[in-house]
Write a protein that binds this ligand. Structure first.
Ligand SMILES: [Mg+2]
Length: 284
């Protein structure tokens, strides 16, 4: 077992145990914040690892619960840090909400959304009618301009029977000087007011985005890993999708989850590079 960072719950140290842990990897799905970068700072080992995989033609994709940027904006951020990425390689809760709406509601459906410009713009471009009245669907996303008026509109729509979709379940999001309240807090407020409104959550630990990313990279579940820095979201989402879960454990505290064991624990993404068979990968 490798040394891992402090656990905020006081649970016993995690151990990797899966016999598949060191088997070859032919597809990579990765979290963004905490794996590719931390805030605005790239993680050098990760930049190097993805550069090697890019050069070898190993398919990879990224999944994030963050809904404050579009896929294209995340791809541009990665490219600016030296990780080759294009918009179709990034799956965030905005694209996941859009896909869920497409699957279940026709364009033109009235939708009330709490969120920032990338989310609202995507919904409009997808043909949904953004409205504060008669909404059939309420979408709860991260909004740094959250107000009482927005909360009231969401609660009234929920009381009238609207379906509630939450971009992600996180109650806290890490920032440079601590933690900020996240979408889970907003969802808790709405469901406190309307207990029979059961939200649909699209972000990790739900496997929805992982399934989207897996379809994109085209590798099998057995050959694909999900890399993340959080057990409660990344590891669980990867395991629910049937992938090998890899926890990047550094010196940043994280929450253990009782009964959840990552398939592999690493201290650097470079630790995975040798698990990807260079000679067997088709270089595109
Ligand atoms: Mg993370």
């Amino acid at each position: 077992m490798i040394a891992i960072g402090p656990d905020m719950n006081g649970l016993p140290p995690l151990e990797q145990s899966d016999p598949r842990a060191n088997q070859p990897i032919r597809g990579i799905i990765s979290d963004l914040d905490g794996v590719a970068y931390r805030g605005e700072r790239p993680i050098p080992d990760s930049v190097e690892a993805f550069s090697i995989w890019h050069a070898r033609g190993v398919p990879y994709a990224f999944v994030t619960n963050n809904s404050t940027k579009s896929a294209a904006q995340f791809a541009a951020k990665l490219a600016g840090m030296g990780i080759a990425a294009s918009a179709p390689q990034v799956f965030n809760t905005i694209s996941a909400v859009e896909e869920l709406l497409r699957q279940r509601w026709a364009p033109g459906t009235p939708v009330f959304a709490i969120g920032e410009a990338p989310l609202l713009g995507t919904l409009e471009e997808a043909g949904y009618r953004l409205t504060g009245t008669d909404a059939e669907v309420v979408i709860l996303g991260f909004d740094s301009d959250l107000s009482y008026a927005k909360l009231r509109t969401a609660v009234r729509a929920a009381l009238a029977g609207a379906t509630i979709i939450a971009t992600n379940p996180d109650v806290l999001t890490p920032v440079h000087d601590g933690y900020d309240p996240c979408v889970g807090v907003l969802t808790a407020a709405v469901t406190a007011a309307v207990p029979n409104a059961i939200p649909i959550v699209v972000g990790k630990p739900r496997p929805f985005m992982i399934e989207q990313a897996l379809a994109y990279i085209g590798a099998t579940r057995a050959e694909t890993v999900m890399i993340g820095d959080q057990v409660a979201t990344d590891v669980i989402a990867g395991q629910r999708a049937g992938l090998r879960s890899v926890l990047l454990a550094g010196d940043i505290p994280f929450n253990s989850v009782a009964g959840v064991v990552p398939d592999r624990i690493i201290s650097s993404v470079l630790d995975l590079v040798d698990s990807v068979p260079a000679d067997e990968v088709e270089v595109s």
